[in-house]
Write a protein that binds this ligand. Structure first.
Ligand SMILES: Cc1ncc(COP(=O)(O)O)c(C=O)c1O
Length: 431
């Protein structure tokens, strides 16, 4: 056939039916709520189209320039020839992650502790459920805090497990107490998610709590999944205290023992038995777009999980791994980021207190979990929509929970001047 011959028309096969999409996907997919971030983007682009200013407190993605050595490392590592990455990751990244675990938590990898890279923590939080639901003779429950990160629930459902949200409350520091749950749930728990510092409340957990949760996990043979995404977002004043303590009390390179360390705790510091910790460069280093994290913990879980990950196809591109290695190996840029968030909490926390929306200002994360003033009722979605029409984007509590009404979450991510402007608008609106 010459290149210029006409193409003979092909008659398409007519569709069988075009009724509803529900039967084309499974029930879990059909039943998903719109992912909060997607919904917020839709509202935002509507405002932008109308030419209105947008103050986006919606998602936990601060707009702070990336530390330049990280960007440079990525550029330097861009290869001429592209090849598949491995899920195990490059040696340089492993060394950097091991160094971080040692410096920050005094942890040593070896026969009791393994570490592997992830593409940020979200994918790992999602797919670990596929490996744990049904373990130990058919345990199916996955327990998690409510309010909390929505992927704990969706991952459990996709894995065919039974989600078990536990309402956490301000009056006991937002701590999830699994020993209070019905005995059949405790017995059938494949895993439990604990997230401290906690999104959305900023609550941290004391050492005694961690001890108790780990003992409970051992007693009930439950895998403790610790979402440590915010473990490095704490009060910047602690950095000076730690530096002083290291100078005066501990030899160089030796971290304070966990009971004398004012920073948020990682449960691996107490035990690696049945414990996995999910950490990320997204908040620590502001690398949300790079997708870089790690999973550390019990090698009896990490080894088969790594094998499963090769099937999931979640190896990070090597150039990302080179950049991530630079970020894990450095702490100074993290100190600088902490200063920014600490200042923001100290500036905007008191304003929300004055508006009667929060009682206590958290010292970790960059979230403020704010109660809607009584006169606006408890419909957080309606309240958030009213604020959105004024250009202030927040996340209503029903999007971050399983039915909690009456709160909105402010993520302190806009630039300071914009936050000031937004607080002025909020003050007027609340009058
Ligand atoms: C509690 C919590 N866990 C995990 C993640 C996932 O973060 P990433 O996938 O960027 O590491 C987030 C993101 O906001 C989060 O808030």
């Amino acid at each position: 056939m010459s290149p210029n011959s006409p193409i003979s028309p092909i008659s398409p096969i007519s569709p069988v039916s075009r009724k509803s999409s529900a039967s084309f996907v499974n029930d879990v997919t059909a039943g998903l709520k719109p992912y909060p971030m997607e919904e917020l983007s839709r509202i935002k682009s509507g405002l932008v189209k109308e030419g209105k200013p947008v103050f986006d407190f919606g998602t936990g993605d601060p707009r702070i320039p990336t530390w330049s050595p990280v960007r440079q490392a990525l550029l330097n590592a861009l290869p001429e020839i592209s090849q598949y990455p491995s899920v195990k990751g490059i040696e340089k990244l492993a060394v950097a992650q091991e160094g971080y675990l040692k410096r920050r938590f005094g942890l040593q990898t070896g026969s009791d502790l393994a570490v592997i890279p992830s593409q940020g923590s979200k994918e790992a939080i999602f797919n670990i459920a596929l490996c744990l639901v049904g373990r130990a003779g058919g345990k199916k429950h996955i327990i998690y805090p409510d309010p909390g990160y929505p992927v704990y629930r969706s991952s459990t459902l996709y894995a065919g497990g039974i989600p078990y949200p536990v309402r956490v409350r301000a009056d006991n520091g937002y701590l999830l107490e699994p020993w209070e749950l019905p005995l059949d749930v405790q017995k059938n728990a494949a895993a439990i998610w604990i997230n401290h510092p906690h999104n959305p409340t900023g609550a941290t957990a004391p050492l005694e709590y961690w001890r108790r949760v780990i003992e409970w996990a051992h007693k009930t043979d439950t895998i403790l999944l610790s979402d440590d995404c915010y473990v490095d977002i704490f009060d910047a004043a602690i950095d000076d205290a730690i530096d002083d303590a290291i100078d005066t009390q501990f030899p160089v390179g030796v971290q304070p023992p966990v009971d004398q360390d004012p920073r948020p705790i990682n449960p691996l510091q107490l035990s690696t038995d049945r414990v996995l910790s999910f950490m990320s460069l997204s908040k620590r280093s502001g690398l949300t777009g790079f997708r870089a994290g790690l999973i550390a913990g019990d090698p009896r879980i990490i080894a088969p999980y790594l094998n499963a990950r090769a099937n999931f196809g979640v190896g990070s591109p090597d150039f990302i791994q080179h950049a991530a290695a630079v970020a894990w190996a450095d702490d100074r840029h993290v100190v600088d980021r902490r200063k920014i968030f600490t200042k923001r909490l100290a500036t905007f926390g008191p304003l929300l207190q004055e508006f009667g929306m929060i009682e206590k200002i958290p010292s970790t994360t960059f979230y403020l979990w704010a109660k809607i003033p009584d006169k606006f009722g408890d419909d957080d979605i309606a309240f958030a929509m009213s604020l959105a029409r004024l250009g202030i984007i927040t996340s209503p509590s029903q999007w971050l929970s399983e039915g909690i009404r009456g709160y909105v979450r402010f993520a302190l991510v806009p630039e300071d001047a914009h936050m000031q402007q937004a607080m002025g608008i909020l003050r007027e609106y609340l009058k």
